[in-house]
Design a protein around this ligand. Structure first.
Ligand code: IMP
Length: 201
């Protein structure tokens, strides 16, 4: 296994202003006895996501927070990749929903783009970056493969969940309860890789 820097500090900044994400990460790290501080607790600004990959965007968010807080910081970046749309919406997944964050609009754009195209394959990606104030970063990527259904089904979850049918399932992420989704999601996959490499007891 590759040589990873182990996390042994008592405090960790979660470089996200999304309270849902912060709570989820806090729960996943509870067993390691780490004091988790959110970016909004520290009044940190959200840097512009100028990277061209999920990893680059996660890294720039974590590095910015680690530098300002002078503490290690963890950030994530995620999205839906549709090969038949040349990888869109990809790193622009949140932006496709517009300023009103309307995912019916975003899913409508995906459906429109796939009009007349048979290939409905898609996958979600979640990138995690754990960065230290000295600039060292450990990065991990998780993925879940599936296909897109139109019309979308279910009103659970968030974002593009109702149109994503994970491989080997007959329920979309929008129809699955959160435990079922978390058991197979891209985010869970990335977290397993992170905790095995950097937080293992
Ligand atoms: P981020 O906050 O920049 O990482 O934006 C990620 C965007 O990707 C979200 O706003 C969603 O649109 C989409 N996304 C990421 N993960 C999921 C998921 O698990 N389900 C549905 N949509 C997701």
């Amino acid at each position: 296994m590759a040589n990873h820097r182990h996390f042994s500090e008592p405090k960790l900044v979660i470089a996200s202003h999304n309270q849902g994400k912060v709570r989820e990460i806090e729960e996943l790290l509870r067993r390691y006895n780490i004091e988790v501080i959110s970016a909004s607790d520290l009044g940190l600004d959200e840097p512009e996501e100028t990277g061209t990959t999920f990893i680059a965007n996660a890294e720039l968010k974590a590095l910015a927070a680690a530098e300002v807080a002078d503490l290690p910081a963890l950030a994530d970046d995620s999205g839906l990749v549709v090969p038949a749309l040349n990888g869109d919406p990809g790193i622009y997944s949140a932006r496709w929903a517009g300023p009103a964050k309307d995912f019916d609009i975003a899913m409508g754009l995906v459906e429109e783009g796939l009009n007349g195209i048979d290939d409905r394959s898609a996958y979600f990606v979640a990138a995690l970056a754990l960065c230290w104030p000295d600039g060292h970063c450990e990065t991990f990527e998780g993925r879940v493969d599936g296909s897109l259904v139109c019309p979308a089904r279910g009103d659970l979850g968030f974002g593009y969940d109702p149109m994503f049918l994970p491989q080997g399932n007959d329920q979309t992420f929008g129809e699955m309860d959160s435990d079922a989704k978390h058991a197979i999601s891209h985010r869970a996959d990335a977290f397993t890789k992170l905790t095995r490499a950097c937080f293992a007891d």
